[in-house]
Design a protein around this ligand. Structure first.
Ligand code: 5AD
Ligand code: SF4
Length: 433
């Protein structure tokens, strides 16, 4: 019996969070236990992100810190491991294993083997077929809401983005595997699954496309809620919104990355849609699903972005009325085609644009949220939090908005009806009705 203890830390996107869960589940299957405390770990795994420079710096700082635990095997995996490879060992000499995103099965075999301290190993081979399946024996996760990746990789090659170089070719998971995994999750009490892919609309397994997959999931599982992330605007079709309108199990929320509202910048970014097309999707979608919540990603300061381009972005956010947004300063990534463009927007300009954009987004968000007061929603309870001296149980509406309620006899995993009462920041207090 293997009794090694593993500590895992995940940076970056939900895809990485899912991968970290897969690694943890595979290790558990091999007899390891997962610990929240790096002090007592025999194995320390840091799953890294390379999307922006800042993400890399944070992960490297963590690695430096964790390399103090000299007796543990220190693993760096994920996108930055694939990107920097052996150079990471020079940056952080305490690292024992460097593993890219296609090598996790091999990684787990090595880690769960007999050796207590593993000699320096590099696992960077590419395998454009890998899609990871959660082990079917793994049931006790305890969370009512889980991620599930349905595709890996990306072939869009947006000019700023490093992902296609690190995560490789697009591949889709067999629908039968997806159903097996969801059924396994349901056995452990999962009520909501978020299907993940760099662009879920690109899902294609034989003749099964994303819309077919959604219908199969609706038919073959009892999930109360299905979400999905991310959808590229160039591929979104209106039947997706029709499915939301017809079926309350498909949550009325879409993450639709805008990136920029300027046609000139969109073209330079290689996004393959115009601002007019983006606005068209938003307007038509809201005719079908009037209460649709839309979230987005926006980059400011892309090479050659002028004030007028930025104002175009502001115009689009005023029309689209985003529920929430992730906003970023452009970060040049070596190897991408934008890296060869002149990163000519001054740092101070990027900073000012980002601050102004965030201010505008916040105003819109607040306006949307204020109008929800007194309305009733179903929330899925997914955790507990403490506010001041009071304990609350927290949940999300189908639109992915946070609500907290007094716990009473409630427990995680329940879906309850609440009336929204008081808004604090962007979280409502609700009362069960
Ligand atoms: N610089 C800044 N933001 C980036 N993103 C991707 N690449 C970069 C980059 N080089 C953002 C995009 C994407 C999100 C996941 O990260 O907005 O949608
Ligand atoms: Fe996720 Fe992209 Fe970051 Fe990799 S580089 S962790 S795919 S966001």
């Amino acid at each position: 019996m293997n009794s090694k203890k593993a500590y895992l830390k995940s940076f970056g996107c939900q895809m990485n969070a899912f991968d970290t869960e897969v690694i943890a589940a595979l290790l558990t299957e091999k007899g390891c236990t997962i610990t929240e405390d790096p002090e007592e770990a025999d194995i320390i795994i840091v799953n890294t992100c390379s999307i922006r420079k800042h993400a890399e710096i944070r992960a490297i700082n963590w690695l430096h810190n964790l390399s103090r635990h000299e007796n543990a095997t220190l693993v760096v995996c994920g996108c930055m491991a694939q990107k920097k490879g052996e150079n990471l060992k020079k940056l952080v000499p305490g690292i024992d294993i460097i593993s890219g995103p296609d090598n996790y099965s091999q990684l787990v075999s090595i880690l769960s083997g007999e050796l207590s301290k593993i000699p320096y190993t590099l696992l960077l081979g590419r395998n454009h077929d890998t899609t990871y399946k959660l082990p079917t024996t793994q049931q006790q996760h305890g969370k009512p809401s889980r991620f599930l990746s349905i595709t890996r990789g990306c072939e869009n090659f947006c000019t700023y983005c490093v992902v296609p170089y690190l995560r490789g070719k697009l591949r889709s998971k067999d629908p039968e595997t997806v159903i097996d995994e969801i059924n396994m999750m349901e056995l452990s009490g999962v009520k909501e699954v978020t299907l993940l892919g760099q662009n879920v609309m690109a899902y294609q397994y034989g003749k099964v496309d994303f819309m077919n997959l959604m219908r199969i999931i609706l038919e073959k599982t009892d999930l109360h809620r299905i979400r999905f992330l991310t959808t590229h605007p160039k591929d979104v079709t209106m039947n997706l919104f029709s499915l939301m309108a017809e079926n309350s199990r498909v949550c009325p929320h879409i993450h639709l990355p805008l990136q920029s509202g300027s046609n000139r910048i969109l073209k330079l970014m290689g996004r393959k849609y115009t601002r007019e097309e983006y606005i068209f999707i938003v307007e038509e979608a809201r005719k079908i699903v009037p209460d649709l919540a839309i979230s987005t990603d926006i980059i400011v300061g892309f090479p050659t972005e002028e004030e007028s381009d930025f104002q175009d972005t502001i115009e689009v956010i005023e029309l689209a009325r985003f529920d929430s947004a992730f906003t970023f300063k452009y970060s040049p990534r070596e190897g991408t085609s934008a890296f060869r463009m002149d990163n000519n927007v001054a740092a101070a300009t990027k900073k000012n644009r980002l601050a102004y954009l965030n201010k505008k987004l916040k105003e819109i968000r607040l306006d949307i949220f204020r109008q929800l007061s007194g309305k009733n929603f179903k929330i899925l309870l997914d955790g507990r939090i403490k506010k001041g001296k009071y304990q609350y149980i927290k949940g999300r509406t189908p639109h992915f908005r946070n609500v907290i309620v007094k716990p009473g006899k409630l427990s995680e995993g329940e879906i309850i009806d609440v009336k929204l009462q008081e808004l604090n920041g962007f979280t409502y207090t609700g009362e069960e009705i």
